[in-house]
Design a protein around this ligand. Structure first.
Ligand code: COA
Length: 331
């Protein structure tokens, strides 16, 4: 069996808290509207540091938790859809900050599904014997893309980072991933280029006409209802496909879902027949931190002593793309 083992977990959550009342100060909204529809009470915002600092801090915490030297990491995979730079990859910036000088580095962007994608790639690489110790860092600074004049989307998102150090093991690992590119316009953030290429034709007009107003072009744009509808079935299908031929869903001990909206999590797990006691959520105090949701939740659970050897864990997520995926592992 070519599985993986988690050697350590870490996270970094910025200090500044924007609770629902803070949003009522800047927008026509309220805790009475937000909480019942989303399950969110507050999110954290990185007011003074870039995304890669958060990622590096989470990475250091994971290495400390594993009592592991940064120099023994041979691959860093960073999942982010909110990088500080188009290039270099954020994994290179994090490599520098943590001193992991022997690691190869690349980034993954499957938006909020990014942690599961990274875990899947790490698993393949370890199974192929290409790498021995893979550090996955999921670090997201949604506040640099969110439009704080849009009350339907800004209230959902926050900033934070989670990290997991993995190595090869004999324990089972199964995963399933999918994407529906046809639906990409349900959730996107157009890249910000200062294009002054003198030979351009009407490409700027193309973007302007296709992707909302020029002012909105570099903000997160979302059709909340379309995403909601997709997410419930996508999460349920991902879990069914990940366990297929290996486990019955009732055998899963703990499900750690992407924390986008509590109602989505409840509906998807209800469809799967998974009781709420087996589903971990932290959305109330974290909001949606994209691909960082799952590793942060895992770190919280580990610190609380709730990850017990022999458990069957299930990670499941979805995000812009639209992408979705699930991974099941025994710890
Ligand atoms: N406060 C008060 N009113 C709000 C509001 C807010 N924060 N956000 C939206 N509204 C209003 C709208 O203006 C609209 O008012 P109107 O009927 O007078 O025009 C009404 O509520 C319904 O808006 P709508 O956007 O249709 O809300 P919704 O019921 O779809 O809920 C979400 C919005 C965002 C909570 C919900 O669609 C959702 O969670 N979708 C999934 C998004 C997601 O998970 N994204 C991340 C993916 S990784």
């Amino acid at each position: 069996m070519n599985g993986i083992e988690i050697l350590g977990t870490g996270s970094y959550v910025p200090e500044f808290v924007a609770d629902n009342d803070k949003f009522s100060e800047i927008l026509d909204t309220s805790d009475e509207w937000i909480f019942p529809r989303t399950g969110i009470k507050q999110r954290h915002i990185a007011t003074d540091i870039p995304n890669y600092y958060m990622g590096a801090q989470a990475a250091k915490n994971a290495l400390e938790n594993a009592r592991f030297s940064a120099e023994d990491v041979d691959l860093i995979i960073v999942s982010t859809c909110t990088p500080d730079f188009f290039y270099p990859a954020m994994s290179c910036l994090i490599q520098k900050l943590i001193g992991a000088k022997n690691a190869a580095c690349f980034d993954v962007n499957s938006a909020c599904t990014g942690f599961i994608t990274s875990l899947d790639i790490a698993h393949s690489s370890l199974a192929a014997g290409k790498h021995k110790n893979v550090l996955i860092v999921s670090s997201e600074k949604l506040s640099q893309q969110v439009d704080y004049t849009d009350r339907a989307s800004s209230i959902l998102f926050g900033d934070a980072a989670g990290a997991v150090l993995v190595t090869k093991s004999d324990k089972p690992f199964y995963s399933y991933m999918g994407a529906e590119g046809d639906e990409f316009e349900a959730l996107y953030c157009k890249a910000n280029y200062n294009a002054n290429c003198p030979w351009y034709g009407n490409i700027n007009e193309f973007y302007k006409n296709r992707f909302d107003t020029p002012q909105k072009q570099n903000y997160l744009v979302q059709d909340g209802k379309a995403v909601y509808k997709f997410a419930v079935n996508a999460m349920a299908n991902a879990v069914k496909n990940a366990v297929k031929g290996h486990y019955d869903i009732s055998e899963l001990d703990l499900v750690i879902p992407h924390q986008a909206n509590l109602r989505i999590i409840e509906k998807a797990t209800e469809l799967l027949g998974i009781p709420s006691e087996k589903v971990y959520t932290n959305i109330e105090h974290m909001g949606n931190v994209s691909s960082a949701c799952i590793p942060i939740a895992l770190d919280e659970l580990k610190k609380a002593g709730r990850i017990v050897p022999g458990m069957k864990l299930c990670f499941v997520g979805f995000g812009a793309g639209l992408t979705y995926g699930a991974a099941v592992m025994e710890v």
